[in-house]
Ligand binder design. Structure first.
Ligand SMILES: [Cu+2]
Length: 188
């Protein structure tokens, strides 16, 4: 017999109902916590996207970016721009760094010059990773690389149309050798 002092144990049925309800409540709270700061912080910002295969701007040579794939994700607004770049399919280049920048012109197959100069918020007076968007990637043993840039200015589709990958790492003056491939940037 149960002693009178013990509180009644919840039935198995009640506990079975309580556990899924608790899980759903936890999921809702987590979703709200994760979603709210992003929404609040970027209410007036524009998404930046890009994905697919690089556009080959050097058709005359075979290079490691031929057939490689990329994903670009970012946001621009409130005086800031954040971009992340992931590349894959650059095989046999472990440890090599390719210079990558946002350029002002479009991607045109076989025509690296069409991408124009780097986007530069000072109009070219000061060249640095703070005045331009540099996304150099170091390639790992699986043929992948990733990079990110965060700068204190905004860009849009009129002034920044592409990301160009060059054959060399970026020097302090912004030079990075020949243009190998190009990624179209999309806004919105
Ligand atoms: Cu460049």
């Amino acid at each position: 017999m149960q002693s009178r002092g013990n509180p009644p144990r919840p039935s198995t049925r009640t506990r079975r109902r309580a556990i899924p309800a608790l899980l759903i409540a936890t999921a809702l709270v987590l979703t709200a916590v994760i979603a709210s700061p992003v929404d609040a912080g970027h209410r007036r910002s524009t998404p930046i996207r890009g994905a697919g295969e690089w556009i080959d701007v050097r058709l005359d040579i075979e290079d490691p970016t031929d057939g490689a794939r990329y994903v670009v994700r970012g946001r621009t607004g409130s005086g800031k721009t954040k971009i992340r770049l992931q590349v894959a399919g650059i095989e046999g280049q472990r440890g090599r760094t390719f210079g990558v920048h946002v350029h002002v012109g479009p991607c045109v197959e076989g025509d690296g010059a069409a991408a124009g100069p780097h986007f530069n918020i000072t109009g070219g007076d000061v060249v640095s990773p703070e005045t331009e968007i540099w996304l150099g990637v170091e390639i790992d043993r699986r043929g992948r690389g990733r990079s990110r840039s965060r700068v204190e200015f905004e860009i849009n589709a009129d002034i920044a149309k592409s990301i160009v990958i060059h054959e060399q790492p970026t020097a302090p003056d912004g030079a990075a050798g020949a243009r190998l491939a190009c990624l179209p940037l999309q806004f919105g």
